[in-house]
Unconditional design. Structure first.
Lengths: 63, 827
């Protein structure tokens, strides 16, 4: 049973590590959009060159 | 990207890492620390008060001593307030404010109470589901800045919304809530693991050292849960107490703190009960409920935000032949703009040069591009697809159609409907009794069995929180409003959803509702010695003054000869006025013929065939010499009208037409749509009389009109639905507005109203039933604290999830049509 005195702190360290990873992911915006990244793999084109202003005005520099 | 450590341009505070917000100050992007600062900085410089910042730089050390001394100062200046807010009757102003830190229904009482105590505040409506408050105040008696300071003082940082996107704010709130939830969740799992051996160890005779060890480890894990994850509850409770009121957070915090402190005390001294499992579970489940509620709130608010963000920040202004890039906020009515292909209009205006095609789908959901010849109106937020256009600005800032729609949406979301107000009162009453009740339970148990007094009191405090009761109505209405807005149905008054669910009759105004309202002049038949062109020109001159769809038909078919003077509108009959020195009348045959004193003579009826086409009608032009011409007008039926009427009938809604048009035309349209009851040649007063008659018979009447022409009918109806397009939107008195200019969504709207009402009823029944059932059980000691934690949190989660069903169903069914609309993609 004495092994618990080692294993429980070890478990807590692992939990701490998991929490740290979660905090990093949340701060990095990994959970901000859970829907659209899944769709990106279905898009035909590889990452596009900066779109022309005439095509997508929403992304033009002034915005 | 902002370099970490750069101070905020406005308040000088360090900018949090990873946050990128820029204020546009005289054409340059300046980093700021928050949206509040961004708004203030932009308004200060926008009003030509940029010198303020020069002054600030000189005394930057002073600014550190008193952080943000000027945070709301800008809102004290009348000229800025005027730009930011909307005018209300009697000189009052109104504004919608996003309240950061508004986490539950309880906080909304706090905001409501704090503001209502201020003199000069005329109306406050706070909606916890959208975290928005609508303020109406008298600028002569109180300054907006003071009201905002009051809000900040009670811990709800206000963010005045003037088309300002709040997505960034929502994102940060969501991330922080997610982190707290993770701490509570992980902590709860760990503590549960240690709780199992503790429970079984008691029975099986665990080594006392091991038992001690487990309890201390549980305590260690619970500390971050209680302190970090539970922090928002303490904050909420503290703000409520400071404002001398009781919010839901008070019993919750009391429960957490009591259980945690007692457990820590017992763990340290080595004997007595510990409740670490209950504490962590309570914090986790409560946090989960708040998190789901927050997601629902953000979703409801995102529609209005997405619309507000359609407006571009800059525009290209033409001045003396020179094009210059200016901020959209600097534009004034009368400015000329150059809008190139693919650009978005920065203001409402009129095309003065160029033949354009414009995508208005963001405003109306209509995916086909609309041709814009010179003279056609264009709207802020829509996109120019074809040739470059020169546009004269007709409306800016708060007066554009886009901001009208956003304001409508926000008003609907900020309004506290009758039902929600009643639930709030009940919850407030209940809360104060809980605290008293908990004290009584403790006292009684103390005499009966002191060892159980603490856990029973804890259970009462936790299990009876009326969160679910307060959330029941607003969450359902917010979900329904957002779901309808996505389909192009704007809800201007949320009470209308309740009324619509009880409706029994639909009263249609024919033109523009069942028919397209795109009246065309098909045939001109001169009845005197004039050319058809001359007759059309006169008719056009008269009709120029009319808002009626018939007027537009004449304008489309020819250039009016001259301006008509002294035009009078005879509602339901026609127009009279002077053109080229002649008194002319246009309208029904009798009306036009009457001008020729005493004579009802007209052309032989053989020359005026009724025609078999379903949607045509005749209009007559008459002078003092007699009838001059007859015009055959057609107005195509909406293809979806029949299905719509059938759909409504399937829901038990009887349709009826009340039209000002000719009997034969109305009868034909009625037959085509499958409507049995119809009345023709009704003046607006007659339509209203018919409406009152139906209401007197106990019917709940929905009136459908094309906007401003049917104002009396719409005002009198229980639920007024307007087909809204363009500028009519801003002025309409309707409760619901079909922005897509299609009847397709009407049966669905009626259905959704009923579903919403059903969900509200379920929610109220559930939450009241839960509280009534749980209270005696907890008081009698049958509910252990951990069960109380689960029960209370689940009751709120159930209510919110039930409400979210309303927004989910419609979304998926609508999917295929959305790609045409860029709105959800605006990122």
């Amino acid at each position: 049973m004495e092994i618990l005195f080692v294993l429980i702190p070890l478990g807590l360290v692992l939990v701490g590590f998991g929490l740290w990873a979660f905090f990093w992911a949340a701060g990095d915006g990994q959970f901000d959009d859970l829907d659209s990244p899944g769709w990106t793999v279905l898009e035909d084109d590889a990452p596009r060159a900066p779109p022309a202003a005439t095509e997508r005005p929403d992304e033009a520099p002034p915005r | 990207m902002t370099v970490a450590g750069t101070p905020c341009f406005h308040c000088g505070e360090p900018i949090p890492r990873g946050l990128v917000i820029h204020a546009r100050i005289s054409g340059r992007d300046e980093p700021v620390c928050c949206h509040g600062c961004k708004a203030v900085a932009e308004f200060i410089t926008g009003a030509g008060l940029g010198d303020y910042y020069r002054y600030r730089d000189a005394s930057s050390s002073r600014a550190d001593e008193t952080p943000r001394p000027d945070r709301w100062a800008a809102y004290d200046r009348p000229e800025l307030v005027e730009r930011l807010t909307r005018a209300e009757p009697n000189g009052a102003r109104s504004i919608t404010v996003l309240l950061e830190g508004l986490r539950c229904a309880a906080c909304s009482w706090l905001a409501d109470k704090a503001l209502s105590l201020q003199s000069g505040v005329l109306d406050v409506s706070v909606n916890p589901a959208t975290a928005r408050a609508r303020l109406v105040w008298d600028p002569a008696r109180v300054r907006l800045g003071d009201l905002l300071r009051v809000l900040e003082h009670v811990g709800l940082r206000p963010h005045p919304l003037a088309g300002e996107p709040s997505e960034q704010l929502a994102l940060l709130e969501r991330r922080s809530a997610l982190k707290r939830l993770a701490v509570a969740g992980f902590g709860n799992m760990q503590v549960m693991m240690f709780a199992v051996p503790l429970y079984f160890g008691d029975a099986g005779g665990m080594d006392p050292t091991m038992r001690e060890y487990m309890r201390l480890v549980s305590m260690l894990v619970s500390i971050p849960v209680a302190l970090y994850a539970g922090w928002p509850f303490y904050q909420g409770a503290w703000h409520a107490l400071r404002a001398r009121s009781i919010s839901m957070d008070v019993p919750v915090s009391l429960g957490i703190v009591l259980a945690f402190v007692a457990s820590v005390w017992n763990a340290l001294r080595g004997h007595g009960e510990v409740y670490f499992d209950s504490v962590t579970m309570f914090v986790f489940f409560l946090g989960l409920g708040r998190y789901i509620e927050m997601i629902a709130r953000h979703r409801a608010g995102s529609v209005a935000d997405a619309l507000a963000r359609l407006a571009p920040v800059t525009a290209r202004r033409l001045r003396g032949g020179q094009a210059e890039d200016v901020q959209a906020i600097e534009l004034a009515v009368g400015d000329e703009l150059l809008v190139r292909t693919g650009e978005v209009f920065a203001a409402d205006g009129v095309v003065i040069e160029g033949e354009g095609r414009v995508d208005e789908s963001m405003l109306t959901g209509e995916s086909a591009a609309i041709a814009k010849p010179p003279g056609a109106p264009v709207h802020q937020g829509t996109q120019n697809l074809a040739a470059p256009l020169k546009v004269r600005v007709a409306a800016v800032a708060g007066n554009t159609v886009l901001s009208g729609i956003v304001a409508l949406l926000e008003r609907a979301q900020a309004e506290r409907p009758r039902l929600a107000k009643a639930a709030d009162h009940a919850a407030a009453w209940f809360l104060s009794r809980i605290l008293v009740g908990a004290a009584i339970v403790f006292a009684v148990w103390w005499y009966v069995d002191p060892s159980r007094a603490f856990s029973a009191t804890l259970a009462v405090l936790v299990v009876t929180c009326p969160c679910a009761l307060s959330l029941a109505t607003p969450t359902a209405l917010a979900a329904a409003t957002a779901s309808l807005a996505r389909r192009g149905v704007l809800v201007a008054h949320t009470d209308a959803i309740e009324t619509l669910s009880k409706a029994t009759h639909v009263l249609w105004d024919k033109t523009g509702t069942l028919t397209k309202g795109l009246v065309r002049v098909e045939e001109v038949r001169p009845l005197a010695e004039f050319s058809t062109a001359q007759a059309l020109a006169w008719a056009g001159a008269l009709e120029q003054m009319s808002e009626h769809p018939i007027g537009r038909a004449f304008l489309a078919s020819g250039k009016p000869a001259a301006a008509a003077s002294g035009v009078e509108v005879h509602a339901g009959r026609g127009l009279e006025g002077r053109v080229d020195g002649r008194r002319l009348r246009i309208g029904t045959r009798a009306f036009a013929a009457e001008l020729q004193a005493g004579q009802a003579g007209g052309p032989p009826s053989a020359s005026l065939p009724g025609g078999d086409a379903a949607e045509e009608s005749w209009v007559y032009l008459g002078s003092e010499q007699g009838l001059l011409a007859a015009f055959r007008l057609t107005d195509p039926l909406r293809p979806e009208a029949r299905d719509c009427v059938a759909g409504l009938a399937a829901l038990g809604l009887r349709s009826e037409i009340a039209s000002g048009d000719e009997a034969a035309t109305v009868a034909r349209v009625a037959a085509r749509c499958g409507i049995d009851t119809h009345a023709a040649r009704l003046a607006p007063a007659d339509k209203l009389a018919r409406l009152k008659q139906l209401q007197a018979e106990g019917a709940v009447v929905v009136a459908v009109g094309d906007g401003i022409n049917d104002a009396p009918l719409l005002r009198g109806a229980d639920v007024a639905i307007a087909m809204g397009r363009g500028s009519a939107l801003a002025q309409t008195s309707a409760d619901l507005i079909l922005v897509r200019d299609s009847l397709e969504d009407l049966p669905h709207t009626a259905l959704l109203a009923r579903r919403t009402q059903r969900v509200i009823r379920q929610n109220l029944t559930w939450s009241i039933g839960y509280n009534l059932a749980a209270l005696p059980l907890a008081a009698l000691g049958f509910v252990p604290p951990w069960l109380a934690a689960i029960g209370m949190s689940l009751s709120s989660v159930v209510v919110v999830l039930n409400a979210m069903r309303l927004s989910r169903g419609s979304q998926s069914r609508r999917r295929p049509e959305w790609p045409a609309t860029p709105q959800p993609e605006v990122a």
